[in-house]
Design a protein around this ligand. Sequence first.
Ligand SMILES: *Cc1c(COP(=O)(O)O)cnc(C)c1O
Length: 644
Amino acid sequence: MNQPALYPCFLGPYGENDQLLESLVVEFLRDHVYWRRNLHPEDLPAIPTGANRRPDYIEFESRLRRELHLLSAALKRSVPFHSPRYLGHMVSDLLIPGLAAQMLALPYNPNNVSADAAPITIDLELKAGLQLAAMLGWPADPAHDDCAFGHLTSGGTLANLQGLRLALALKAFPVALRAAGVPLPGVPDEDWEAFNTGPAVATALFAAWCDWRDALAPRERQGWQRRVDAQRIETLGLSDFLDRHPQLSTPCVFAPATAHYSWSKGMKMLGLGRAQLALIPGQAMRLDVDALQEALDDCLRLRQPVLMAVGVLGSTEFGTIDPLDRLADARDGMQARGLGFSLHLDAAWGGYLASLFRNADGGLRTRDEVGAGFREFPRPEVHRAFAAIPRMDSVTIDPHKLGYLPYGSGAFLCRDQRAIGLLAEDADYVFDGAPATDFFQRHRQLGRYIPEGSKPGANAAAVYVTHRVLPLDHGNFGRLQAQGILAAEAFMDEARGFIARIAPLATVAVPFAPDCNLVCLAMNPQGNRDVARMNRFMRGLHDALRASPEQPLQRGEYFGSMTTLRPEAMGAEDTARVLAALGLEADALDDGGEDRDRIVVLRHTLMNPFLLDAGGAGGGYLRGYFDYLERLVGAALAQEARAA
Ligand SMILES: *Cc1c(COP(=O)(O)O)cnc(C)c1O
């Protein structure tokens, strides 16, 4: 079942590729050492030959070794993410290209805050942004003015924050231009209109303003820059900005009920307030666009400004994919009616699945082409969603999730590079002299835009090199993504058998059919009507599926994760459906405490590249997992019966 193309990609469950990784690490560590020696070979060594025979040296080394041994021993109790027995969170084995590139770059310690501190890896970061943009279907030729732009972040959380920051800057900038009296054609002459131009018009206005300003004599240029800066929301703060513009009020953000909690964090960090984040209930955990449309109509009627609407491509809990084409239609419709706002796609999880939809020449593959080899993937709605990604204004993608790279690598992308200058800490014109026209020259001072300051260039090297070795199209990176989809199909097959076998003991349901490679299982002991008991039972199962640092790792046969279904997020219809599927009464959920207000489910992330290997005891890892689960259910019920 494994694809030979994946054989060299990972260290492997058994460390099969130990020699490959070891030779790379040793070779490039030596290479780094030679680089040091060759800088100025005429300099005498600062650490004398023989220093390693000094007693204090020896003492230092033994302390060092002791601590490293302790660390190494302690880490043996880590969660075995690399193993096909691990079906828990959104993490798996690491791609050797990324791991090797990151280790290679680490001793050079580049800081991608600016080109001064990272002459090489800054450009790799900008190129990685373009590689991801091309995968999404955005213009990615840096020779063009309206090329997309992307940079890395510590993770999806900060990329989402960056999305909010950029949307707010774009929303408020035309208001500042108007307030400063900049004599540019196209500046709206009413605040409401200026606050609602939508991101494309706002980007064009910002670009026009930059051109106009840069053509002025230096003194005049500075005067206008100061006047505009003084009116910007970033200068005034939300409260003073709104005081000056009584037509306007705090804009709200719409996100689906499945949205990751980073959206709540972002609203708090920006000072917009959690209350301005409106979660739209879903249909089977996908955004209900009709419900969103109603909310948007209300906003227009009540003159409530909207900052952005968020779509999710691969929800964190269920791997569901929102109808992005319909979301974009709704946005276009509202824009035409005078309520402009940004569209952000949270593809932290599912972003790399887009590689399955791309030909090597960058063209979009048809649904039939993508679906060859899969049973249902991609459903027509899912294909339409991927085809609609280019209509988004900004996107979050996590290389440290389905990019199989080490932690510390998220990515933020925006549709039009000209917008990002709005986030700059200083004026967008170049510090000394002519404005930068070259894409790389223009964006190299990354520290001006990003939420972080200093940040690892080694991660950028890892992302870039990985995308070069495994280009982001279906024949390369897509093969890896295909394994996840196949694993989800195989999981569903095994689940059907399990559901039938376990029926005398428990009622089992897959609450939401997955769109990609996350599958949840809900279970209720046979005949049970009490949600609290069901959840206790499920938490017990999850305890047995956890990598516990208190016991040897080998005691755990398989590893999983859990999440909870809440009626607020599911909506009435799905709540009723799921309860019925579990043999529970329609009113079984209540918020009377004691774990009765939600349904605990087991959550499985199917991303291990070797999950379909026959190596797992008897019939492969998935069969083995369900056998184990069957034994756990039996044992848990027997224990319950003894306790009663
Ligand atoms: C994981 C995830 C995030 C947060 O990303 P981090 O890298 O953990 O900060 C945001 N949104 C979605 C949909 C995610 O799956």
